[in-house]
Ligand binder design. Structure first.
Ligand SMILES: [Zn+2]
Length: 407
């Protein structure tokens, strides 16, 4: 029975969105939490972009050192050989290679430079180049797949498979699909090509999660594995994309999902921490009505509701809040607050670390870590979290690397 996996694209799609950004250490923390949560893959970087270079190297090292569980770190670039070439040079070995497949984009973006057959040619060349260059896994992105001619898409995916691609990404780039339409189209694609299909759904019409789940079912019913693309808290281009936690919850708790199997061992306990961390790092509050982690997700006041919830939680709660590890992130410090950061000194720094149960063997070690803490805070420009401080203490060499940027 085919399974459903998750590829989180927060560190690529979300950070490329207007007015949403993360410092490199924050991107690293997102990878660490995704790994802890048991997500299959993080689309973690733009390997073609120069300022990502040290972040990429440091994260690949952290992955080797076991800081991210079994998380696959995959880089995204255009499906053209110069991009793949430059990406391979960074050490990235897992790829998503992107090219547009709709006539809208072929005609109005490429403007005569490429036609349908040239699109396939470029993609095949890029896939072969990546394969020969030592790529481990290759996904091929059909940008604007939802507005592409289905027969062309089948031809495109078939050529990708023949060239050695492991998956095809069905991009609902503009959030155009409905659950019915995406189910049918992905099922047909899966049956015809027999290549695992990724669902990449945007939320312009508010259907990203529903479309992702329906599309994944289409792939599974068509006989191939499904890979749902998600982001933390659903942030992404424009109205965002499929929220990671909502997708997991839907597969676990929605009607008729008993036979749908998630391939990853997802630890939902990390979900609360990851959602709150991303919200903090992005500086974007979690909506009060966000599934699972919104402030009202388990709140009851109306007479009938409060009474019912108190009598039996299943009257008004579909799943338990304890599942999401929410209690861990609920504590607020009160009274005096000592932080450490960009202009901090040794005493405050040692005090903050002692609260995390970390003592330093000597002042030299402490001074070295303090130095990194200062740099990290110079990047993030907001108080460092316990997770960030632990990362700096545990992996100073990799943190030094990812904080280093030379234009
Ligand atoms: Zn996208």
């Amino acid at each position: 029975m085919p399974k459903i996996y998750f590829i989180d694209v927060t560190n690529r799609d979300t950070v490329q969105a207007s007015r949403i950004s993360l410092a490199k250490i924050q991107k690293t923390m997102v990878n660490i939490y995704l790994g802890e949560m048991g997500v299959h893959q993080s689309e973690f970087a733009f390997p073609r972009t120069k300022h990502e270079e040290n972040y990429i190297k440091a994260n690949l090292e952290l992955q080797e050192l076991g800081a991210m569980g079994n998380l696959v770190l995959e880089g995204w670039c255009r499906a053209i050989t110069p991009d793949v070439d430059a990406s391979l040079a960074t050490g990235v070995r897992d790829f998503n290679l992107s090219i547009s497949t709709s006539d809208q984009m072929i005609q109005h973006k490429f403007r005569g430079k490429l036609d349908r057959s040239k699109i396939i040619e470029e993609m095949v060349e890029a896939v072969s180049f990546a394969r020969n260059g030592g790529a481990r896994t290759i996904g091929v992105n059909a940008e604007d797949a939802s507005r592409s001619d289905l027969n062309f898409l089948i031809e495109f995916a078939g050529a990708a498979k023949e060239a050695g691609a492991d998956r095809v990404r069905y991009c609902d780039t503009l959030g155009y699909e409905t659950p019915d339409s995406i189910y049918q189209r992905i099922r047909t694609l899966a049956e015809k090509v027999k290549l695992p299909v990724e669902q990449h759904c945007h939320n312009d019409l508010g259907m990203a999660v529903a479309n992702s789940i329906a599309g994944a079912r289409g792939a599974v019913d068509g006989g191939v594995d499904a890979y749902i693309n998600t982001s933390v808290n659903g942030l992404g281009e424009r109205a965002g994309q499929a929220d990671l936690l909502s997708c997991v919850l839907a597969i676990k708790f929605a009607r008729d999902m008993e036979n749908v199997e998630i391939g990853d061992a997802i630890n939902l306990k990390v979900a609360g921490r990851l959602a709150k961390y991303a919200s903090y790092a992005f500086g974007v509050p979690i909506p009060i009505n966000q599934p699972g982690v919104g402030a009202n997700a388990f709140a009851h006041e109306a007479g009938i509701h409060a009474d019912g919830a108190l009598k039996d939680r299943r009257n008004y709660e579909l799943y338990d809040y304890e599942l999401l590890g929410l209690e861990e992130v609920a504590q607020q410090p009160n009274g005096r607050i000592i932080t450490t950061g960009e202009y901090g000194g040794l005493a405050g720094f040692k005090y903050v670390y002692s609260k995390l149960g970390i003592e330093f063997p000597d002042d030299e070690t402490a001074a070295n870590i303090l130095d990194l803490v200062r740099y990290a805070n110079a990047h993030t420009q907001q108080p460092l979290t316990d997770g960030e401080l632990r990362l700096i203490f545990k992996y100073p060499e990799q943190v030094r690397k990812l904080l280093t940027m030379t234009p």
